[in-house]
Write a new protein. Sequence first.
Length: 44
Amino acid sequence: MEANLNELNTDEIRGLEEAVTHALAVIRDKLMAKENGLTKLNLK
């Protein structure tokens, strides 16, 4: 993976950073939704 990253230009690296940031935000939101769902179930 590192060798592949070394071959990317600056614009490609920025695009990859944006994609990874978006993916992490989606994962965070899904985890928060699950936690909120579990919290609601535990309050009943």
